[in-house]
Design a protein around this ligand. Structure first.
Ligand code: NAD
Ligand code: DAU
Length: 349
């Protein structure tokens, strides 16, 4: 069993950084995980990365093309496989999840199996092998905030998840903290706001609208479109995860958010339409049941204790880069477009 230096100090920035030679990334063939693997190769070239990914509809081998990462196709619920992989790594970075709210409203079952049971399986392997476990979670565990209010979620906001997806993520966060407290597993947790950027599945809001326009379809706004999300570029999320891995304090949770001024879905869709030369050309469709109204993250702890700050501070520029990526990588998304849209159409969305 390894031991870890976790001496606390008020100047965490100056703590000796942890350095890893081997890293296990769960869900590394998905959107954020694949961008993370690319970032690790760039920032920590000494580190050998192994990815475990079930390659569900959301996972794609191509997302790791050109990287040196070893991809093991497998389920995080496969205890034997997980134990073998965890026994040969220095750190687990846990991204694997069922991640789409709308899907969780149709069939919650895989959300419970992967997000809760899968996290349990990984934690047991981390406990047995004495391996550091970083858990990637979401702002949605805190529920939602009132539109127009000045409040933000902090690390001590009470959990109040609304959907089967967010409830399953909340459950997994609780397991991680319990394994730290009861069994001494070295853990950190991060809760991040809405990501955007390359390789995001086209079921999600921003890539759905970009590819709708590229494919000659009309962008679709749920309900009134007044809901607010706290958009962050995926690289900024992943840079924060690297900061936490290297000098975050074991047992601690860090909120990640880019401090965008509140922008609602209607304004985001207007901006995408304008940037793509189709101003105002979108339609309203059926709203999401139980739709969370507003998310806003207070990331002061991450900024002050770990020295993180976002590189993408201008959503317009981040969207321009993202639009260019989907425009230049049509073959990555075009085969799945028809089936994604026919599923949405069957829901009136
Ligand atoms: P994604 O759906 O794009 O990718 C998930 C990956 O996990 C896929 O590659 C999939 O094949 C894999 N996977 C699913 N079930 C698995 C299983 N049982 N075993 C092994 N692999 C499995 O998701 P994402 O948007 O990249 O999100 C990654 C993580 O970040 C999730 O934990 C999510 O809750 C969290 N998160 C996402 C956002 C966001 O805006 N997308 C924000 C905050 C936190
Ligand atoms: O906040 C973090 C969360 O962000 C992550 O934990 C989730 O994994 C991730 O999917 C995302 O959840 P959301 O439900 O906020 O993201 P989504 O892209 O599905 O929707 C963003 C907003 O846009 C939401 O208010 C619903 C709305 N929407 C969505 C789609 C797909 C539309 O108006 N039209 C659409 O076509």
């Amino acid at each position: 069993m390894r031991t870890f230096d976790n001496s606390t100090s008020s100047t965490d920035l100056f703590r000796t950084p942890r350095v890893f030679q081997r890293m296990l990334v769960t869900g590394g063939a998905g959107f954020i995980g694949a961008n993370f693997v690319r970032l690790v190769e760039q920032e920590w070239p000494q580190c050998e990365v192994v990815v475990i990914d079930k390659l569900t509809y959301a996972g794609n081998r191509e997302n790791l093309a050109g990287t040196k990462a070893k991809l093991v196709e497998g389920d995080i619920n496969d205890a034997q496989l997980v134990d073998d992989l965890v026994g040969n790594t220095d750190v687990i970075v846990h991204f694997a999840a069922e991640s789409h709210n709308d899907n969780s409203l149709k069939d919650p079952s895989p959300f419970i199996t992967t997000n809760i049971m899968g996290t349990f399986t990984l934690l047991e392997a981390a406990r047995k092998n004495g391996v550091y476990f970083h858990h990637v979670s979401t702002d949605e565990v805190f529920g939602d905030l009132e539109i127009g209010a000045p409040t933000k979620f902090t690390e001590s906001t009470a959990y109040a998840p609304s959907s089967p997806y967010s409830a399953s993520k909340a459950g997994s966060d609780h397991l991680v903290r319990a394994w730290a407290r009861s069994f001494g597993v070295p853990v950190t947790v991060s809760n991040c706001s809405n990501n955007y950027g390359p390789y995001q599945h086209i079921e999600k809001f921003i890539p759905r609208q970009i590819t709708n326009i590229l494919d000659g379809r009309t962008p679709k706004l749920y309900g009134t479109g007044e809901q607010v999300r706290d958009w962050i570029h995926v690289d900024d999320h992943n840079l924060a995860v690297l900061d936490i891995l290297s000098h975050g304090e074991f047992g601690e949770t860090y909120n990640i958010g880019a401090d965008q001024k509140d922008i609602n879905n209607g304004e985001v869709i207007e901006l995408i339409c304008e940037l793509m030369g189709r101003p105002g050309d979108y339609e309203h469709v059926a709203d999401r049941p139980g739709h969370d109204q507003r998310y806003a993250m207070d990331a002061t702890k991450l900024r002050e204790e770990l020295g993180w700050s976002p590189r993408y501070t201008n959503l317009r520029e981040g969207l321009e880069q993202t639009i260019a990526w989907y425009t230049n990588n049509r073959s990555w998304w075009s085969a799945s477009k028809e089936s994604v849209e026919s599923t949405y159409a069957s829901q009136g969305q």
